[in-house]
Every structure is written in C-alpha cells, then in structure tokens.
Design a protein. Sequence first.
Length: 225
Amino acid sequence: MKEPKPKTLHRTREQRAAYIDKRLAALYPKTLIPLDHKDTYTLLVAVLLSAQCTDKRVNLITPSLFALADTPEKMQHVPVDHIRKIIRPCGLSPRKSKAISELSRLLVENHSGQVPKDQEALEKLPGVGHKTASVVMAQAFGVPSFPVDTHIHRLAQRWRLTSGKNVVQTEKDLKFLFPEAHWNALHLRIIFYGREFCTARGCDGTLCPICRTLFPGRRPVCTRK
C-alpha cells in the first residue's frame, strides 16, 4: 500500500501545525535565548534594543552598555546622550536611549527596581510594546506567551497557518493551533528556522524541509507575500 502524499496528509491548518510543531522540535531541541543577558532587567533592555536590529548586533553592543550600568538603579543616572552613543549601531538610538533611561527610572520608582511579572505592567513601560513584553514574560518568567514579530508573521503566512493581515491576528491564530505548553519554545524555533531555511528574501522550496513537505507543488522559490 502506497504512503499518502504529503499534500493529503497536511491539508488542514491543524494538520500543518501538528507537523510543524513536531518537525521544529526535532530540528531545534534546545531553545537557548539568542540575546545575551544575565538577569531579567538586562534581558528586557536587550529585547528593546533588538527592535529593527539583529540579535548579533545587539550582543555586540550590550557588553559596553551593561559595563556602564547593568541595573535600573544605575541606569537611571546615566545621561541619555551617553546611552545613545553606545547603542547607536542598533538603530533608532534617540528613541531607544530615552526609553531605557525612563523605564529604568520607573522600575525603581514603581517596582522596587524589579521587572514586573505582569504583561500589562510591562507594556506600560516606555519602549516596551506587546511583543517585547511577551518575550520577557515567556523567556524570563516562563509564562506561556507567543510573541509574534514580522519574521514569525511571514512564516505563518507561508505555511498557511493564518490569513491575518497583522501580527495581532497571527498571534491569535497560532495560539489556537499550537498547544499552550509549546508556545515559548515554538516562538524561538520558528525564528531559528526562518533564519536558517526560510528567510525574508525568499524560501528555496527545494531546500526548505517544511515548505517542501507541506507544499510539494509550490514553485522552487517562494517570495515574501
């Protein structure tokens, strides 16, 4: 008896999600956080810096920044211009430097110098949007979250897991499709996979194992939608 073709096996979103979940777990059994940090505060700052910047570049910049100040108590006293000079290579330095300075002050004033273990409280901090707060909740506190950036949004569309036009809808769809216990690891696994196989420039359908399996009839190169 012949084995059913992949196209038949993975016809529905739920079937595709189950396959992707299993395949990514096999490819990336370890999900180490790609941003260098030593505690929740330095993770928060690193995630903030990673907006529109690569993790690699952030990891090159943060040692100098944290050598200057690695706690909110110390950072609140560093002149914004000094922070800006250090983080300039990360991009958006005027906005990010002000956010780092102000959120540090607010952590000291309102949270005894501690990063709050609360999504809503995190999102009230300067420069901390929903995605950044979700990353901290997931990776620092282990709270099930599914941070969706443009890269995850792109792959979710390529894999036809969502028809959402924005990351808000994509996050909602992915949370529905995948088990809650897998969300934190999946967030990182999808990012790792996108960097290695399914990049923003396009996906080589002959090499990308997930696209090749889920969509065997897809053109060799699928470009960004």
